[in-house]
Design a protein around this ligand. Structure first.
Ligand SMILES: *[C@@H]1O[C@H](CO)[C@@H](O)[C@H](O)[C@H]1NC(C)=O
Length: 431
């Protein structure tokens, strides 16, 4: 079962391992199923539009790309009962009413808003939303911050989630949250992965600028420094295939790709310090920087990515692979064994039963394939246990993403030896 799922490279099926027991036996609501159906139709339409329009040169359109920060989309500081969490992009959308201002968001709301406001590919935004809702929520709704104060659509908050009650994105170590992120501390270093570490932020601002400001080249160099720092300071540092090859690169790559300001002269986008600060909730007075938790804002006069030039799974993967090829130390899986600077690598040959090795890992999309299959293989084989609407929902999502994932052309990774991660106290679920 597990192998056949993997062969068709069904990214979504990995998420099923986190389905809570009562969902496995029960049902999701018709409303949720309808949401998921409409999303999958959107993905299919989007792929078709991309195929037909791939030769069309897209150009800057000020009116379409300018993000409204007035009226219903004006900034409102979150109140005491509004949830905000570790993802500035989600916080800022909630602060401007592009997501519910209380911080409880459905799959459809999150996937659609990320696509429309930031130009994140609908394939990527759907995948991340479903993954979040399953790993940190109750399948339908998740908190973008801490523990939900109200229940999700299902009203089942008390009994759901991988670790019992849904904890929200803040408590998802090695599922979403990971070590060596751009501006947040490692879980085992401070126990606080939500707060912005101002030293890291200043370090980022002090990096030499690239051709497009704080751009992809800057983030690649900065990521190398952050990884080195985690290895040198966090005895529980862990770099797993999912966290290190997919989630960690995402946090760096997304920052430039989604926060840059786009103009007619520079349709690829330029990210300056002021814009980055607004998106991170950082203000400056007389040279003193201050982080204001949960108070991320859209800058005035900010223009998103060119319409139709979405940043989806395929461009994300291509960029991640090229950065890792240029920085071989970012390809080392493994972790510290309890003390700082005890990094011990795991051989990819051993991990994958020789399907991949250090060399083939760098070919094609194999890095990302390994990340996806890691999550899948680490899961209990419960797909067969899905019934009713839940099975239908998973099948729909799986089917819709298949053409996207087929483009990645993944080899069949049939073995995934998680016992190799036992040496690392920070490995958690080994993802
Ligand atoms: C984005 O670029 C436009 C055109 O150069 C400029 O008018 C606007 O102020 C910029 N926005 C931000 C947030 O920097």
């Amino acid at each position: 079962m597990r192998v056949s799922v993997l062969c068709s490279a069904t990214l979504f099926s990995w998420a099923t391992f986190a389905f809570p027991a009562n969902l496995l036996n029960g049902d999701i609501s018709e409303a949720t199923l309808a949401e998921i159906t409409s999303l999958t139709q959107k993905i299919t339409r989007d792929l078709e539009a991309q195929r037909q329009g791939s030769h069309v040169k897209r150009s800057f359109n000020a009116e379409a790309q300018r993000i409204d920060t007035t009226g219903e989309h004006r900034y409102i500081k979150p109140g005491p009962n509004d949830l905000r969490g570790p993802c500035p992009g989600l916080n800022v959308m909630a602060n401007h009413g592009y997501l519910p201002r209380n911080g409880m968001s459905t799959i459809l709301q999150t996937a659609t808003a990320s696509n429309e406001v930031f130009g994140m590919g609908i394939d990527l935004s759907t995948f991340l939303s479903v993954y979040a809702a399953v790993m940190a929520g109750d399948l339908t709704t998740f908190s973008i911050g801490g523990k939900p104060k109200s229940s999700g659509l299902l009203g089942l908050t008390s009994s759901l989630g991988l670790t019992g009650a849904p904890q929200g994105l803040s408590a998802s170590h090695n599922r979403f949250e990971h070590d060596a992120s751009p501006t947040r501390d490692d879980l085992y270093s401070t126990g606080d992965t939500d707060s912005l570490n101002m030293d890291y932020f200043k370090q980022l601002l002090s990096m030499p600028l690239g051709p497009n400001g704080i751009d992809d080249s800057v983030f690649a160099a900065y990521r190398v420094e952050r990884v080195r720092h985690s290895i040198a300071t966090n005895g529980h540092y862990f770099a797993g295939p999912l966290t290190f090859f997919a989630l960690n690169p995402a946090t760096y790559q997304f920052t430039y790709r989604f926060y840059a300001n786009h103009t007619a002269e520079n349709p690829v986008g330029y990210l300056d310090a002021q814009t980055l600060m607004a998106f991170q909730g950082v203000t400056e007075e007389n040279g003193e920087y201050k982080w204001n938790p949960g108070q991320e804002t859209f800058p005035e006069n900010w223009y998103r990515r060119v319409i139709g030039d979405d940043y989806g799974i395929v461009p994300f993967t291509a960029e991640a692979v090229s950065i890792e090829l240029a920085n071989p130390e970012l390809i080392r899986l493994g972790g510290n064994t309890g003390e700082p600077n005890t990094f011990t690598g795991v051989d990819v040959d051993d991990l994958t039963g020789n399907v991949l090795n250090a060399q083939t890992l760098l070919e094609g999309n194999n890095l990302m394939c390994l990340a996806f299959s890691a999550a899948l293989e680490a899961s209990p084989d419960i797909l067969g246990g899905l019934v009713g609407n839940v099975l239908l929902a998973v099948e729909k999502l799986t089917g819709a993403l298949e053409p996207v994932l087929a483009l990645l052309n993944c080899p069949q990774i049939t073995k995934f030896d998680t016992t190799l991660f036992k040496a690392f106290p920070g490995a958690g679920s080994g993802l």
